[in-house]
Design a binder for this molecule. Structure first.
Ligand code: ATP
Length: 447
């Protein structure tokens, strides 16, 4: 097996597989693409949904005291004044080339323009909020912002959720949704884009408890990625020194993954103190303090947040799962130099759980039986039916997209009413009676 981490062009291979097999396409490709936009294809959307489902399950179902929310993307612009996004906090420094007038992120460029060698202006602040207009008239008063993070929708709903759900501190609110940032330097495929999706959980707690929960949530989040198949050595926590913390944070850490291009942030964990609730109280004139029913004391809860990128998670899980096997994993490659791709996605994340394959397509009895099995299984599991090409080639196609089990219908099936089930990872094949097939696979998916 070729180790993916030694492969310098692994990123290109992932981009190519993603496009070829319907995971991720460049946005608006027929018009020459659109900046850093990407579209998730039929398998990509399944993978992405499975990641979101797993995160939701972990936060809402497994942890106690966390509830969900789906707030709107467009909000009253005052939200962004209060949060600090419109002022100093949410900006990058930009330099412009005096010759070709291209702009670059100031902290990445030192002296000359990397494009034409021209000299650069001194750095200027550039706000990352994307703007649009709400309503028929494009004027200052109808200016609104596309949210730059999902979490502000959580803070402004703090009281609504607290009261309607009769919650007590500590508790969490979790949300998944799109966010937009006018990134100066989108790069590395879906790693940094201008439109992306976040999975954010805000944990409201007593100020004294916040440092403990900050540690707790770092550990919890590390475990989540590992439980879904990411190796420990490819994850690390980078504590953010005080002087580099964002304007709202008291403590911060980046959870990083070893992407094919190097270590990069997958998720941020912050102790945000009372920044959000106190500022929204101040700006809105509404009291967002919490009255402790046990002590009768009022205070602003501190917030510990875990803020993960869905797209970066997709890239991390794809990178982790991708491997190449030289010469004949499935014994269908003619040359030993040929390479077969295996996508060992975790069973909960794999887009397709089962492929149903008749041994050959020109025997009606086999295709008919295989279709019957497929019709039955697909009501319970994400399945695919495939009859095109040699059986080995079809196994390879399924390995490439991470399908967990291949069910083959052969001549013995017609006599004995059983099928061969091939396991993606071990390639072991076992005979299973058709009547037991669904339970057999379900059991394997539960294990
Ligand atoms: P970076 O410095 O790497 O751009 P950030 O520190 O600005 O990230 P946060 O504001 O902490 O990111 O956002 C939380 C999470 O949202 C990030 O860990 C990342 O997974 C995701 N995220 C942020 N910006 C982008 C982006 N432009 N494209 C894709 N995902 C993003």
């Amino acid at each position: 097996m070729i180790s993916n981490k030694n492969n310098t062009d692994l990123m290109e291979k992932i981009v190519s597989l993603a496009k070829r097999r319907g995971f991720i396409f460049p946005s608006s490709e027929i018009y020459g693409g659109f900046g850093s936009g990407y579209d998730y294809g039929p398998l990509g959307v399944e993978l992405k949904n499975n990641i979101k489902k797993e995160w939701w399950r972990e936060m809402i179902q497994i942890h106690d005291n966390i509830v969900g929310l789906d707030s709107s993307i467009l909000m009253n612009p005052k939200v962004w004044e209060a949060s600090g996004h419109l002022t100093a906090g949410f900006a990058d420094f930009l330099v412009e080339c005096k010759k070709c007038h291209k702009r670059f992120k100031g902290d990445e460029i030192k002296d000359k323009c990397p494009e034409c060698g021209g000299s650069l202006t001194s750095p200027k602040k550039f706000n990352l909020m994307m703007k649009t207009f709400a309503g028929p008239v494009e004027e200052e008063s109808s200016l609104v912002y596309l949210r730059a993070e999902t979490t502000q929708g959580i803070y402004v709903n703090f009281k609504n959720v607290l009261n309607s759900m009769r919650l007590k501190i500590p508790f969490g609110i979790a949300q998944i949704g799109k966010a937009f940032r006018n990134e100066i330097n989108p790069k590395n495929f879906i790693y940094r884009t201008r439109e992306f999706e976040q999975m954010e959980m805000e944990w409201f707690c007593h100020p004294k408890e916040a440092p403990r929960y900050f540690e707790f949530w770092k550990e919890e989040r590390m475990k989540w990625y590992q439980n879904l198949g990411i190796k420990k050595e490819n994850l690390r926590i980078k504590e953010i020194p005080k002087e580099d913390l964002p304007h709202y944070a008291k403590q911060g850490a980046d959870l990083e993954y070893k992407f094919p291009f190097g270590w990069g942030e997958l998720e941020a964990i912050h102790n945000r103190g009372d920044w959000d609730l106190s500022n929204h109280s101040k700006h809105s004139g509404q009291d967002l303090g919490y009255l402790d029913p046990d002590t009768g004391k009022k205070y602003y809860p501190y917030i510990v947040e875990t803020s993960a990128g869905v797209d970066r998670s997709v890239l991390a899980f794809l990178s982790e799962a991708y491997s190449e096997v030289k010469g004949g994993r499935t014994q269908t490659t003619k040359s030993t130099k040929e390479i077969e791709i295996l996508l060992s996605l975790h069973k909960r994340l794999a887009p397709i759980k089962v492929a149903v394959l008749p041994l050959v397509r020109n025997k009606k009895e086999l295709t008919q039986k295989a279709k019957e099995i497929y019709q039955d299984l697909k009501r319970h599991l994400r399945c695919q039916y495939d009859e095109v090409g040699s059986i080995g080639r079809r196994y390879r196609r399924q390995d490439e997209i991470g399908t967990l089990f291949a069910v083959t219908v052969d001549f013995e099936t017609l006599e004995k009413n059983d099928v061969t089930v091939r396991d993606r990872d071990t390639m072991k094949q076992v005979r299973v009676p058709i009547v037991e097939l669904l339970d057999f696979i379900k059991q394997k998916l539960e294990d």
